[in-house]
Write a protein that binds this ligand. Sequence first.
Ligand SMILES: C[S@@+](CC[C@H](N)C(=O)[O-])C[C@H]1O[C@@H](n2cnc3c(N)ncnc32)[C@H](O)[C@@H]1O
Length: 207
Amino acid sequence: MKILQLLASQLSNPRGMIGSAILGPMWNRRNAALNDFTLAQLNPHENEQVLEVGFGGGYLLGRLLSVVTKGWVVGVDVSRAMAFNGQVNFHEAICKRQLALCLGRAEALPFADEQFTSVCSVNSIFYWDEALRGLVEIFRVLRSPGKLVLTFTAKIDLEKKWFIPYGVKPYSGEELKAMLETAGFSQCKMERGEDRHREFFCLMGWK
Ligand SMILES: C[S@@+](CC[C@H](N)C(=O)[O-])C[C@H]1O[C@@H](n2cnc3c(N)ncnc32)[C@H](O)[C@@H]1O
């Protein structure tokens, strides 16, 4: 029981070697389809200011950096291990000021209002203590017009996972769409995707 709890807490806030050597690379492989789908929906221009919330192993940061060559990319994650990994893996982009990585929570983003033209987050929201608070924060740091792309494993697949009893909150697409609207987003729409691991949804909303 205690061991499962400990392992589950690694998923919401990876620490030490388990976080950097195992979870980051594993997420980069297993979540590649969700992140590719997210990038396609985000479709950023080369000069955008993009924030990724809960960047984990950094797969999407790498993809964003190859497109956003004249703007900048910022990643925020609650995990010191993920932030440290990112500092090492993206050293060059950080030195060129193309990328900044911050330690922080979605629910209290460490940024001033209206800093970003788009925000994305993949398979992170079900670990947030307060999902609505995080969405309100994202709305706050977005410029207008600005776009949020939020991608997540379908509730039906997530509910089968062993770590669900340990504080992970599976949301349906409809629940999250309603939350986006409560947070202030408009023109919200949802796309569905799947890979060999799961079904997933991608929600988009505008400020
Ligand atoms: C399952 S991983 C997904 C990582 C990556 N987005 C991907 O698709 O592979 C979830 C990430 O969200 C981060 N996270 C969890 N709670 C968070 C919060 N409240 N605010 C910001 N990041 C959070 C975790 O540290 C972890 O890196």
